[in-house]
Ligand binder design. Structure first.
Ligand code: NAI
Ligand code: MN
Ligand code: ZN
Length: 336
């Protein structure tokens, strides 16, 4: 089979590898479509602290089960599935409280173990979620990025009356807009980005107001509006302090970033307004929820997609994704 392999930081190749055999409890997926995420680029460049090399990358993928390991019902062969990349142990403290996404032995498919930019990929059978026919093959890999928004909004508990502010109109900001508007019915979703092209995408994805903070700071453009719910999907370490300053009393703030740089905050800035701060990593078993939302027509995954490439064009696709944020958002890879 052909697989996209990062041999070591900086080295991307398409390799011919032996077909992997599913172990007990696993399924093998014949991958049909996948999508590129910022973390794939980070693994390529050696900027993902969790990655181990050599690695077949790709954690957003879809295909059909074509083989099963011991203990798995062979009737699952042929199922159309989206694969949850979060592999957890099931018995540690975070697993025991329903937070397998921060399992103490967390393994992420495409990061810690081989992923889906490949003709075939292995996954625990429980990670392969069957899809209704109403979700087309070409968009099925986008369930995963929406689970990130599902996870953070589960903490934030949005309501129709919230005034939401989202930093960043990349894939993460756009999925957050769609979930806030389509699922929770939030009446006012404001999005801030530095790139007008990204703000145009935010509008197409349902944002009510777009603010460009490349010239004028955000607070000068908010006209005194105090957001009650803030999601940082831009993740520069300077954003948290600004978000805390702008937030309404009793607001909730959700953080997605992994920067190792310090953010400076006072206790007073948080406590005087009794702000709640939530962090969210990956997803805790949210595939069924997102699949249901798409099936019900609450989300429009096609609105994230700007490009489609063949798997053989992976280097070109990842370079465009990385270097052209004004023109490129989500990239679909056609694998078979
Ligand atoms: P992206 O780079 O495509 O989008 C970020 C957007 O933020 C860009 O459009 C950029 O112009 C904008 N931006 C940057 N600095 C800004 C600022 N100071 N003010 C306003 N806008 C600003 O990235 P993507 O894929 O949307 O991911 C966003 C972040 O989410 C990344 O840092 C990534 O590491 C993180 N992430 C976290 C996950 C989690 O599970 N916690 C999962 C996936 C991504
Ligand atoms: Mn992703
Ligand atoms: Zn665990």
């Amino acid at each position: 089979m052909k697989s996209v392999v990062i041999e070591r930081p900086g080295s991307l190749t398409i390799e011919t590898r032996p077909l992997p055999q599913p172990a007990a409890g696993e399924v093998r997926v014949k991958v049909q479509y996948a999508s590129i995420c910022g973390s794939d680029v980070h693994i390529w460049h050696g900027h993902n602290p969790f990655a181990r090399y050599p690695r077949v990358i790709g954690h957003e993928f879809f295909g059909r089960i074509d083989a099963v390991g011991e203990g798995i019902d062979s009737r699952r062969i042929g199922e159309r599935v989206a694969v949850d990349p979060v592999v957890s142990c099931g018995h540690c403290y975070p697993c025991s409280v329903g937070r397998p996404n921060v399992c103490s032995e967390l393994q992420v498919i495409g990061v810690h173990r081989d992923g889906g930019f490949s003709e075939y990929a292995l996954a625990p059978a429980d990670n392969a979620w069957p899809l209704p026919e109403s979700i087309p093959d070409t968009l099925a890999s986008l369930v995963e990025p929406f689970t990130i928004a599902a996870n953070i909004t589960a903490f934030l508990q949005p309501t129709a009356n919230d005034i939401a502010l989202i930093y960043g109109a990349g894939p993460m900001g756009l999925t957050a807009i769609q979930v806030l508007k389509g699922v929770y019915g939030v009446q006012q979703v404001i999005v801030v980005d530095r790139l007008p092209e990204r703000l145009a995408l935010a509008q197409q994805n349902g944002a009510d107001r777009m603010i460009d903070n490349s010239q004028l700071p955000l607070d000068a453009q908010l006209d005194g509006i105090k957001p009650t719910l803030i999601i940082d999907a831009a993740c520069h370490p300077s954003i948290l302090a600004e978000a805390v300053a702008l937030a309404s009393p009793a607001a909730r703030i959700g953080l997605l970033g992994f920067s190792g740089e310090p953010c400076t905050l006072t206790q007073q800035s948080l406590t005087s307004k009794e702000l709640s701060l939530f962090t969210s990593r990956l997803n805790s078993k949210r595939f069924p929820q997102v699949i249901g939302w798409i099936e019900q027509g609450l989300l429009q995954p096609e609105k994230l997609v700007t490009h489609t490439f063949a798997l053989s064009e992976i280097e070109q696709a990842m370079t465009l994704f990385e270097k052209q944020p004004r023109h490129c958002c989500k990239v679909i890879l056609k694998v078979d």
